[in-house]
Design a protein. Sequence first.
Length: 550
Amino acid sequence: MSRRRTGAAANAAHDWEAPGRATLDELLPLMVAACMILLVALNYFSERGMLLLYGDAVAHLHIARRVFDSRYPGLGQLGGVWLPLPHVLLLPFVQKMDWWRSGLAGAWPSMACCVAAVAGLYRLARHWMSMRWAMVAVALFTLNPAMIYLSTTAMTEPLFLALMVWTALELFELKLALEASNARRARRILAALALLIAGAVYTRYDGWILGAAAWCMALAWVWQARGQVRLWGAFVVFTAVVVAAPVGWLAYNAHYCGDPLDFMRGPYSAAAIERRTTPTGAPHYRGWHNPGWALIFYTRTAQVDAAARESGFALMGLALAGLGAAWARRERARGVMTLLWLPLPFYVYSVAWGSVPIFIPQLYPHSYYNSRYGMEMLPALYVSGCAALAWAERRWWGGNERVKAAVWLVAIAAAVANCAVIFHDQPLVLQEAYRNSSTRIPMERQMAQQLEALPPGATVMMWVSDHPGAVMQAGLELKGIVNEGDSVSFHAALAAPASHAAYVMAVKGDAVARAVEAHPEGLELESILESTGQPEVRVYRSVVYSGAER
């Protein structure tokens, strides 16, 4: 957009009743409020030991830690299935042992991402609606207890939501710059977009679809403005960065895993996990190769994540009305607003054909799994829903200030009530975390106590990736453990466990247990750990280990 704007446009930017560019005075109070809410939440959740309920959060912290704390540190420790950016952001924080053990290391980057998402969401909404309705959308997002909880953990949702919201925002800013024939600003926006898309690509696989859609939209707008603005050089660089991001990940997988598509078909891919966890002869989950059921599961999950009890149906209807109104009126925001809805087709496809089941207690089989995926619909539901209310206000009661004030106060009260009811009922993502950690955490606590009881500095052999929480709770350095993260020493140890470690911790069914069964020479059973709902753990002492292999 040009530096000199018309008087009407300049006034609109500061008009509470008209859409416009958000000012710093508007953003700062919202960001400060978000910081205060998150700090209070962090204190609440950390005091109750809730930061590491998700096994994925523990695993993210473990992967980041092993980049520098392992026998063979380096980029190869980032793995080949989960994308690397979340772990790279954790690196400065997991170096502090206490933060790694408690989970605080994951809270700081997630909280920063949540605040960034709040700022970006408000700026985006402010382009499309008055300050009052933009505040309602942001209040719903900021006060969502599920969002607050995940933003105090090492989960990737806060990071991806921030990247998605800012990608949509920068795309809309690009459209405004092209309409104003401001080539200089458009080039800067393309540079920012390239970084945002690369960040999304390296955060979640949904980001690959987001990046492709954003690139297509940018191409269409640059093509339309080709007569007024010359941007092809900047667009070529933008395209190169967007293409290089997924190609770089394919190259990483090819180099470190031996297969560029290891994340899709390797032993830790979603398809492989689904095969291992589905009993032989058992029917597939509901939604398998059935996009209808996949749509029902995902939309219902998004509703429960976003709204209290059964009010999610009303929110979904309102949001669809807002999106439909944008397209019916051919508003220039319709394309970017649709971009926020991309998680919907992505997860419908993933559930139906990507071996990614979603289970929630509201639908058969009334279980808990992957409920957090619905969180990615929060921006679409809240912004599109408030856009519908803003449109209704302009059409039906725009001239009555009392009615407008009353409706807005009711909307703000609904946002606060939504937070209170979800918190009282417990957010679905937190219910899942509790349910699925109820047997894992006691088992890892027993394993940690056993590790702490070993002689200081003793070399231990174990398969860490399945239970990294045991090592975290024990406060052991990973480089003192012979584990699968260091493939050179680990594969040698599998052929002769007693010769490579003073103690061997074998979980029934894992590679270490199979190695002990095949090569028991020189090992004496020290103890057996049993925990409800978890496999048996056996601890062996080597009578031949000399320490030479350490």
